[in-house]
Design a protein around this ligand. Structure first.
Ligand code: PLP
Length: 401
């Protein structure tokens, strides 16, 4: 006997839960790609991609996952031999740094560890030391999905400006767009990277790169770009096919159109941000209570520095791995694995997991995940504090008010 039969729930930080409406919107015959309504729909998607990032910048759409979107940004930003400064706050900062390094860019990393956000003052120091202004761009994730830390992008921009260094600011918002507040223009972001499968509630397969006029001018001569990755014709096409450098990703576009309507026109972006904050608050409250009576802790101690779409936690003694397995097999809830927190050979490898609360997620789903985790802790005799579900319910009640 298993209690998993019924609708499964994937609570991993991407791909996220897709609304039935998004799936239904994709369930249709392929449209003509040479004219007609697909062209109008693409124009409306481009306009809404600007709305979701709070920007008037250019946006290029690629048929890729997040790694592909990184590479698209890198190819346009840099020439071979250029320098980049990468602020690392988890596995995704490491991944972006490695990707751009392998493309021939000289990378300087500042590693802020796994439990703290990037310190803007240290970024400013590194820029101030670069008196020849050789660093072309600073790369940083808004939310590093592995650690669930949230970096203060506006503060990083302010520190960069104060240092008087002209480096561009490139931000990975793959895990946070549509979930955490983000203001591309107000915060002075030059290049923004995101993908379809997290807060945007659409299947993996579309990557987005927004770029400012400043970035466009400064990167015109970048020599890493090849025809497929060049953002210019995609963002400023003279013919429709150039948007996608070939066949349009027709069905992803139908799905994304529906998701953007739900997010921007029906719920409203600020309401979605508030929903994510409230749901995250419930998850944090539960873990705080569990931690009172067991070796259980949120990865990021300061709630002001936590992303609101995913929560990374530690459950000692291999509890995280056992709990993940129990939740999936006994209850139909799949939690995220720990990422980059310990080497596979380290006994602590099984101590980490992540709970996603990104995208098409509501109170009953989040409370359901927490209640299943509590059941699993009881079933597995993992020591934990009492009152977690009460605390989560109180957070939801307060968040809904
Ligand atoms: C998911 C994620 C990526 C990578 O996306 P893939 O689609 O897995 O390639 C990169 N950065 C962040 C912050 C992410 O959350």
């Amino acid at each position: 006997m298993s209690l998993r039969h019924g609708r499964p729930y994937l609570a991993i930080p991407g791909p996220s839960v897709m609304p039935d409406r998004v799936l239904s919107a994709m369930h249709r015959a392929a449209p003509n790609i040479y004219g007609g309504s697909l062209h109008d729909m693409t124009a409306s998607i481009v306009a809404d991609l600007r709305r979701v990032a709070r920007t008037t910048a250019h946006v290029a759409i690629y048929i890729v996952n997040g790694h592909g979107a990184w590479e698209a940004a890198n190819a346009n930003l840099f020439s071979r031999g250029d320098r980049a400064l990468v602020a690392v706050t988890g596995q995704f900062g490491i991944g972006w740094a490695n990707a751009v390094e392998r493309m021939g860019v000289r990378v300087e990393r500042i590693d802020f560890g796994r439990k703290a956000p990037a310190d803007p003052a240290r970024i400013a120091e590194a820029l101030a030391a670069d008196t020849a202004h050789g660093i072309k761009a600073v790369l940083v994730t808004q939310v590093d999905t592995a650690t669930s830390v949230r970096n203060d992008i506006a503060a990083i921009r302010a520190a960069m400006d104060a240092s008087g260094h002209p480096a561009l600011l490139a931000v990975d918002a793959i895990a946070s767009l549509g979930c955490d507040p983000l203001h591309m223009d107000e915060w002075g972001i030059d290049v923004l990277v995101a993908a379809s499968q997290k807060g945007l509630m659409t299947p993996p397969g579309l990557g987005f790169v927004w770029f400012s006029d400043r970035a466009r001018e400064r990167c015109r001569a970048s020599d890493l770009k090849t025809p497929y990755w060049d953002w210019e014709p995609r963002a400023v096409p003279s013919e429709y096919w150039q948007h996608f450098c070939g066949t349009a990703p027709t069905h992803h576009l139908f799905g994304l159109r529906e998701a953007l309507t739900m997010l921007l026109d029906e719920e409203g972006l600020e309401s979605a941000w508030a929903r994510h904050r409230a749901l995250a608050g419930a998850v944090w409250a539960a873990f705080d209570a569990w931690g009172q009576g067991g070796d259980i802790a949120l990865n990021i101690a300061d709630s002001a520095c936590r992303g609101r779409s995913v929560t990374a936690v530690r459950i000692g003694g291999g509890g995280a791995a056992r709990l993940r397995q129990w939740c999936e097999e006994a209850a139909g809830v799949t939690l995220g694995i720990g990422l980059g927190m310990a080497e596979p050979s380290d006994p602590a490898y099984g101590d980490f997991l992540r709970v996603a609360h990104m995208g098409h997620v509501n109170a009953h789903m989040t409370l359901g995940v927490l209640a299943v985790m509590e059941a699993g802790m009881r079933a597995l005799a993992i020591p934990h504090g009492a009152g977690a579900l009460d605390a989560a319910a109180a957070a939801i009640a307060a968040g809904a008010a």
